[in-house]
Design a protein around this ligand. Sequence first.
Ligand code: PLP
Length: 376
Amino acid sequence: MTRRGEKAAAPIPLTKPDIRQEDIQRAVQVLQSGMLVQGEIVEQLENELSERIGARHAILVANGTASLHLALLANGVGVGDEVIVPAFSYVATANVVELVGATPVFVDIELDSFDIDVSGIERSITPKTKAIIPVHEFGYPADVSAIRDIASKYGISVIEDAACALGTEADGTSVGIIGHIGSFSFHPRKAITSGEGGLIVTDDADAARYFRAMRSHGMEKRTQSIDYVFAGFNYRMTDIQAALLLGQLQRLDGYIEERTRIARRYSNEILSDKVQLPSLPAKESKHSWQSYHVLFENTEMRTRFWNHAKAKGVQTGLGAQCIPGQTYYKNKYGFTGKEFANAYRAYECGSVLPIYSGMPEEFVDRTIETVNGFKG
Ligand SMILES: *Cc1c(COP(=O)(O)O)cnc(C)c1O
């Protein structure tokens, strides 16, 4: 509540990018150079990302949806094919399957990790299945090595949607390189951002060559000339965007440490019995805490929590979608969303809480007090 004449303080945001003066300066240098599209800085960032992730090839693109789209095309996924996706994720994960003319086959999630329920995958495989897209939801590592074992039995590709998960590790290995192709995003809701931006990683040289050409109209450089070997897109990232990411990438470990510390405070200090807290991954793994996602008993209680948090000046929101419950998928496939009980529950009863590096301690305190002060 604000008294008359008193200006309402801005609410605690869900996230806030850490763009520093040095990052801006790098972008300004690009602007002053006059070389505004994909160039040297993109290449430099690709080298740093491939080293950081441990991938042989890193290809920057316009956004994380473009990278998923190209990953499907590289696998020849098209009309008549099926792709297994989790029922709870950002809609882009399934939309790209629709966009290449294939059919998404939804598998429910587990409520402790919010990741795909691996035990539901095998029975969803048919002779039409071409790929599986596990998502590292909110930065929690999906069990990609188990998924890869299933996939290799059937000759299916694994495309990791690691959009939320730069810095996430499974058994000491960065996500994105456990499957065949990995996809990342640099949207402002992710740990490091260029406004829009995406990344594909792979160890497959032919796939990498395809991605480099496809992001730029199908172009390949020859010694003396250029040639167009595919009908490609313009899915390029600009040097202006890449310049913003160089410094953030160097600070990534610090960001994840800080997010982990905040997540730990939430997990230790939120004592309310109205809310179910997210689980932690196995000790050898690393959660990157893109989001801290909690569950309420039902939708009505979540609505009451959202109103309570709003009054306390704490931003909240949906974490991801129950994709089959969205209008397009309902209309096309006759789903209600309830077929996928856990995805439905996560969507209908879930809320994210503010978490970001640089979040003032008093904001963390206030968020904890807000949840603990919620009476249901
Ligand atoms: C953010 C996100 C995307 C899309 O990335 P954009 O860069 O916004 O296109 C895809 N999948 C998941 C799981 C995401 O969180």
